[in-house]
Design a protein around this ligand. Structure first.
Ligand SMILES: [Zn+2]
Length: 455
């Protein structure tokens, strides 16, 4: 009903509704506590290696003692493992605590809630690749801490809290059936201009570019897939961005190399991202030199079942969050993998560095050779005649490439893709093609480059 009324309202009313919601959001991000966390984080990112270790050990000891005394699940777990909080004295000692899986979070939801936490909380959830929702509680205080962390990342690129920005997400701020501009809405409370993915299309691109070229945006933020669609349309229509933002931050989906290159080229600015997940049990943010640094003040990202290769080690990410005391997650298996690199980053920050992150709850294809393939962007590197693509696997031994063609697409492109798959993915994988006018998004607006229905 509220949505219906919103859609029928005049645009200035819709802007006021966006601003009203913006006021609430502004308070949840920047309210009491934010500034203190932000100032602290700007300072601690320059801690030495030994200061960082000391900090993490002291946080983990406190956390373990706290959950043992307050959270039923951990109390029971420690007892059944014959563990005491005093057994956890180093970061390596964390290994003694069993891994927390999503299944456990679902089954033991009530016991994971801290009954003694009496400050405000919000109910949050994540959908994950299987579509099965995972519910959890998040403290309002931890939300502010997380925003302070995200703004520390932005600060590395010259952005300060309260800078004006444009967003490109799945949020339907502009009614889908609207035919005439403006194809954006204003949240005056946060100096945010909201663009909606449904309106990033050929008939509307010129008006969107004109709005962007009015300038005034310090940065853009959004899903990489949406910014990529926007960038490719701008190029296809031979339009120019004359008022570039300082930087573009992407989130929610993994940023693919190819997307990054084209977004950066079209908007003539740097594109960066950080790694986080809704459950908030850890985070890593890129520095100016492009490595991810563990945001060690917020939590620990461990490498589980690691494979070492020189200075690199690859393994599953386990997250232990320090800030969400309403429902603390310790050694939580997110379902993503990462490659850590043991080297001193030239930026001068000494927290652990991550070279590459894969997964983000993405689906993967299984080849007849038994390999799991998460990324396919490299087979599309030269496919300039494709507007958008998605790989779908419904049964073993076969994939379907769904394609939204550009007018210049021909059989030649199909053959090229077949060659690329045979060469770079698997010589025996059967490939089918399906042509669509658009690729369906998830309910949240997220775009999945790989979809697997193989159980
Ligand atoms: Zn660095």
């Amino acid at each position: 009903m509220i949505n219906y009324l919103y859609q029928k309202s005049p645009i200035f009313v819709q802007n006021l509704v966006c601003t009203y919601k913006g006021l609430k959001e502004k308070n949840s991000r920047f309210g009491e506590g934010f500034q203190e966390y932000y100032d602290f984080l700007l300072k601690t990112q320059w801690y030495t290696r030994s200061q960082i270790e000391e900090y993490q050990i002291s946080r983990i000891r406190k956390l373990v003692k706290y959950v043992y005394e307050n959270v039923p699940y951990y109390n029971e777990l420690f007892k059944s493992e014959k563990l005491l909080p005093s057994d956890i004295n180093t970061l390596l000692d964390l290994n003694k605590i069993p891994v927390l899986t999503k299944e456990i979070v679902r089954n033991r939801y009530r016991d994971l809630i801290n009954p003694k936490y009496n400050k405000p909380v919000v109910k949050a959830h994540t959908s994950g690749s299987t579509g099965k929702a995972l519910n959890f509680l998040f403290s309002k205080d931890a939300i502010k801490y997380r925003w302070a962390l995200w703004f520390r990342h932005r600060e590395r690129f010259g952005i300060v809290p309260h800078d004006a920005y444009a967003t490109f997400t799945g949020l339907v701020a502009v009614p889908i059936n609207q035919k005439n501009p403006p194809f954006w809405r204003e949240n005056y409370a946060m100096k945010q201009t909201i663009f909606t993915m449904h309106h990033i299309s050929s008939g509307k691109i010129e008006s969107i570019v004109n709005r962007l070229n009015q300038g005034g945006f310090a940065y853009y933020s959004g899903y990489p897939s949406i910014l990529f669609s926007l960038a490719t349309l701008i190029e296809a229509y031979d339009l120019k961005i004359t008022a570039s933002p300082k930087v573009i931050f992407t989130g929610a989906e993994a940023l693919l190399d190819n997307q990054r290159k084209i977004i950066s080229r079209v908007f003539n600015c740097l594109v960066t991202d950080q790694y986080g997940f809704s459950e908030g049990a850890g985070n890593a943010s890129r520095c100016e030199h492009d490595l991810f640094h563990e945001d060690y003040e917020y939590g620990i990202l461990e490498c589980n079942n690691e494979k070492q290769n020189g200075i690199y080690k690859t393994g599953e990410i386990l997250g232990t969050g320090f800030t969400n005391l309403a429902m603390p997650f310790i050694r939580y298996k997110i379902g993503d993998t990462a490659t850590w690199v043991d080297k001193k980053c030239v930026c001068g920050r000494r927290s652990k560095t991550i070279f590459k992150i894969e997964g983000r709850n993405e689906d993967y294809v299984i080849t007849p050779e038994g390999n799991k393939i998460l990324r396919f962007d490299y087979i599309f590197k030269r496919a300039v005649n494709i507007q958008e693509a998605q790989i779908v696997q419904c049964k073993l031994g076969e994939i379907t490439i769904r394609i939204v063609k550009r007018p210049t697409y021909s059989n030649h492109d199909e053959n090229n893709l077949l060659n690329e798959v045979a060469k770079k993915v698997s010589p025996s994988l059967k490939v089918k093609f399906e042509y669509l006018s658009e690729i369906e998004r998830e309910n949240t607006g997220k775009y999945r480059s790989v979809r697997s229905y193989v159980k």
